[in-house]
Design a protein around this ligand. Structure first.
Ligand code: GUN
Length: 282
């Protein structure tokens, strides 16, 4: 069994991004990412802090807008409008989830697609679904693809199963695997018999947010298992959706939690931000 070390790979990528950032700086471009957080969700605050910290590490300027939970939709849209037109800002990210009085879809669509480093705008989703590379790709599935590539795991012809159909992870993950030549099934909360899919899969990506969703009876010998889940147990321990003890005994490759997909997501956010900044050169 090989551990897919996202922590080590992301550190290597960040070193490369630091150099790319310096190259842009020498050309007079100070890359910058605006991160908007609405409300006081603790997990979201932690994610935003780690995104900002990672930016600073690579020399990318981070602008964090921490808005009150009572911020109106119009106030948020006005801020995004300003950032859309600010040439010194290359990436705009609105941390999800948003409070229930704000329409998430409207907000995500209001971010100009050329600064949508999360890859959530319908235009970027469209590029991905057409198999085109011109848009921005969502950071978590992109991080998974990069991890698979780094370990030279071939995807062509593989039977892949994605568990979870969210717009942030499951759907774009399935599309990226399809674009890479895998045969992809998407399972979700309504799937009648999950094991029917996972037991015959060569590659399983689990992004459901459910502790121990995948155990040893759910995987075949030699399967590649990617765990996107981040769950905090009552004792404070962070675990994924996969029963690591069990599944690692059968898997050929497996991601740890933490230290697998999580750090790759942040590295891809930085990469998307620099891609956007670089577009200014042309
Ligand atoms: N909330 C959970 N994951 C993400 C993400 O990748 N981007 C944003 N903006 N919010 C999230």
């Amino acid at each position: 069994m090989v551990l897919l070390d996202g922590k080590a790979l992301s550190a290597k990528i960040k070193e490369e991004l630091k150099e790319k950032n310096q190259f842009l700086k020498n050309k007079g471009i100070q890359s910058s990412l605006a991160v908007i957080l609405v409300g006081d969700d603790m997990a979201s605050q932690a994610y935003v802090n780690s995104k900002a910290k990672a930016c600073e590490e690579c020399g990318i300027k981070s602008l964090v807008y921490h808005l009150n939970k009572n911020t109106t939709q119009n106030e948020l849209l006005a801020l995004i409008h300003t950032l859309n037109h600010d040439d010194s800002v290359h990436g705009i990210l609105v941390q999800l989830p948003l409070p229930s009085h704000i329409c998430k879809d409207l907000v995500l669509e209001s971010i100009i697609s050329s600064k949508d480093v999360d890859g959530f705008h319908p235009i970027n989703v469209g590029y991905l679904n057409l198999g085109l590379e011109s848009g921005f790709l969502p950071c978590t599935p992109l991080g998974v693809m990069r991890l698979l590539k780094a370990y030279e795991i071939k995807l062509e012809g593989k039977d892949a199963v994605v568990i979870g159909a969210s717009n942030i992870v499951g759907r774009p993950m399935a599309t990226m695997l399809l674009n890479a030549g895998a045969s992809v099934s998407i399972c979700h909360i309504k799937t009648k018999d999950l094991k029917l899919y996972t037991q015959r899969a060569d590659l399983i990506v689990v992004a459901a947010g459910s502790v121990n969703l995948l155990g040893k009876d759910g995987v075949k010998e030699g399967a590649i298992v990617i765990d996107v889940g981040i769950n905090r147990l009552e004792n404070g321990k962070i675990v994924g959706d996969v029963n690591f003890e069990e599944v690692s005994q059968k898997a050929s490759y497996i991601t740890p939690v933490p230290g697998g997909v999580g750090p790759m997501t942040i590295a891809m956010l930085l990469e998307n931000t620099l891609k956007s900044a670089k577009n200014r050169l042309h």
